[in-house]
Design a protein around this ligand. Sequence first.
Ligand SMILES: Cc1cc2nc3c(=O)[nH]c(=O)nc-3n(C[C@H](O)[C@H](O)[C@H](O)COP(=O)(O)O)c2cc1C
Length: 215
Amino acid sequence: MSNQNSLSRNQFLKVVGVTLAASTLTCSGLGYAATRSPQIATPELTLEKDTTMNSRILVTYATRAGSTVEIATAIAETLSQRGFSADVKPVKEMPSLAGYQAVIVGSAIRMGNWLPEAVDFIKANQAALNELPVSLFTVHMLNTEEDETSRANRLAYLNVVRPLLNQAEEVFFAGKFDFSRLSFVDRLIAKMVKAVEADKRDWEKIKQWAKAIEI
Ligand SMILES: Cc1cc2nc3c(=O)[nH]c(=O)nc-3n(C[C@H](O)[C@H](O)[C@H](O)COP(=O)(O)O)c2cc1C
């Protein structure tokens, strides 16, 4: 939520306050418990197609609370229905790009940014990615409206990543707030910005996108 346009000044100051309080906790040694997230699975999955197409697609994702993994899986399932083989892999494991015809990279948004491991993956593989068709999907809860401000705010989520790639298809998917999957500090931040628990993922939109992407 560094994108302050999407927050009121008061909300922003509260978030800063919570972040400072979290830093103090961390320094005092209590921070580990406060910032520790519940165990979130980061599964790998392979959908193998025995076709003559010989085309394999990597769907790699970065998540904190798990909703982005489920979106990555839905994308891979749709690609599989299109006749591709698809591998779903966590980006934090820095999957190799060897053998892929196209790459789809997805990240959850935290505090206005892609997760650092997803940015690191793009940086580490910049040259190879620029030789392949690349699509980026972003999972977020704010700035989901169709007005100009909302659109500009969500486009800004890719300000760090976009300049690294010559050309990449971009899509934005509404995500999920599930407080039971957040650390104490993250839950506090979510409540400070008046987030309510909700699953806004539009599976039809996700599948339609995966059906239509050019590979
Ligand atoms: C601490 C925190 C900060 C967040 N910051 C933003 C943000 O700046 N902008 C936004 O649109 N969504 C934000 N979100 C919402 C997440 O992007 C959304 O819940 C997403 O579905 C999380 O994906 P994940 O379950 O894969 O981690 C934030 C969520 C949390 C818990």
